[in-house]
Ligand binder design. Structure first.
Ligand code: GLU
Length: 373
């Protein structure tokens, strides 16, 4: 079952956590990086394209700056990222060059990917790098990213990148063996789950918070990344990256780590972008009838079903859509701005022109821009 999915992979996003990349003193672990480089080279020789998403900039930078604790202030963390990022790239560049490969650095903020034009530009650049046989290495642009424009953590970033590049697999290299049926630090008899068909609420509950003091993510962010990658049609493999060699063994069918299968019904890349990458700027509430109809596939949101609009947004903005019970059930990109919507909500589409004096179309959100969550 696992090997069926893994045999056919042509493009992989490999996510590397800070913890496996640095030694106990917080220095970048050169021998580990060179082991990873051999592994990446091995994949490339098998014609598998590799895109890396690597953390470790903050961890490496703070060590060089002599900050012993986790950086306290945001500017400190951003300074540490600015110091650490070139150290990180330097190590990757040297290690991959020895194996015959070139690297490229790509630093992203969430706003870069939330903008459709920049998303498409980033995709075209990465495709070009891959055509040249270069290994793109992506990190969040921590030095400029503030809370509102952050991906949050690199697990999330790696899932959005998986959709960006349309990879078949997201491999998350971390410091635990995979997903367990209980917390292995508390329950020694906890069992590793080799295959997950879909992430359940139960798994999310028991995943809890962050497991490490170095990176930002924990099992919870990894599950959420696996779900998002799954929705873009990719499988996710959570592996213990201490020995990078197990990645190719896992790809050949060895039962290492936990493999999450892609969602049974995945989204097109554009709808995935609307659901997970676009930053929603407002909220639209619909009545019970509209909520019911919209939950069926392939429907557009019309003004008649809308009861309330919140936030100031332009035409073309991402919005969250809530049902009459206040549950967010969809996301979309609107054809009307918030002030227009507040004038036409509850009215028939045929009345739009009378009320506004013009019309863009019958729908507030066309079905092509509407995604159920
Ligand atoms: N971008 C951060 C870094 O390079 C890591 C964020 C994370 O670990 O999720 O240090």
């Amino acid at each position: 079952m696992r090997s069926e999915h893994l045999k056919i992979i042509k493009r992989i996003v490999i996510k590397i956590g800070s913890r496996i990349l640095t030694d106990e003193d917080g220095n970048l672990d050169r021998s580990w990086i060179s082991a990873l480089a051999s592994e990446v080279a091995e994949l490339r020789r098998k014609n598998i394209e590799v895109i890396m998403v690597s953390s470790g900039a903050v961890a490496a930078g703070r060590t060089l700056m002599g900050i012993t604790e986790r950086p306290r202030t945001i500017p400190q963390k951003q300074a540490a990222a600015a110091v650490g990022q070139p150290l990180l790239m330097h190590e990757y560049e040297m290690a991959l060059r020895t194996t015959g490969y070139k690297v490229a650095q790509i630093l992203l903020t969430r706003d870069d990917l939330a903008d459709r034009q920049r998303f498409l530009n980033a995709r075209a650049t990465i495709d070009t790098l891959l055509e040249f046989g270069i290994i793109p290495i992506i990190n969040e642009n921590d030095t400029v990213a503030v809370e509102e424009i952050k991906f949050g953590d690199n697990d999330n970033l790696s899932a959005l990148v998986t959709n960006l590049v349309d990879a078949g697999l997201l491999a998350i290299l971390t410091d635990i063996d995979g997903l367990y049926d209980a917390d292995p630090r508390l329950k020694p008899d906890a069992r590793l789950i080799p295959l997950v068909r879909s992430v359940t609420k139960e798994m999310e509950r028991s995943a809890g918070g962050s497991g490490s003091s170095v990176g930002t993510g924990g099992m919870a962010t990894k599950l959420s990344a696996a779900k998002k990658a799954g929705k873009s049609g990719a499988a996710t493999l959570i592996l213990n990256g201490k020995d990078p060699g197990i990645l190719s063994q896992a790809l050949q069918g060895a039962d290492f780590g936990t493999l999450f299968l892609p969602a049974a019904r995945s989204l097109s890349s554009r709808k995935h972008w609307i659901a997970f990458t676009v930053r929603p700027k407002g909220r639209i509430y619909v009545d019970e009838g509209a909520g019911r109809v919209l939950r069926q596939e392939g429907r557009s949101l019309l003004p008649s079903g809308i009861t309330r609009v919140e936030g100031n947004f332009e035409r073309g903005s991402g919005v969250r859509i809530y049902d009459h019970e206040g549950i967010e059930f969809a996301r979309g990109v609107t054809d009307y701005d918030s002030s227009e919507i507040s004038l036409i909500l509850g009215r028939k589409s045929a009345e739009i022109e009378d009320i506004l004096g013009y019309r863009y179309g019958d729908e507030i959100i066309h079905r092509d821009n509407f995604v159920l969550l």
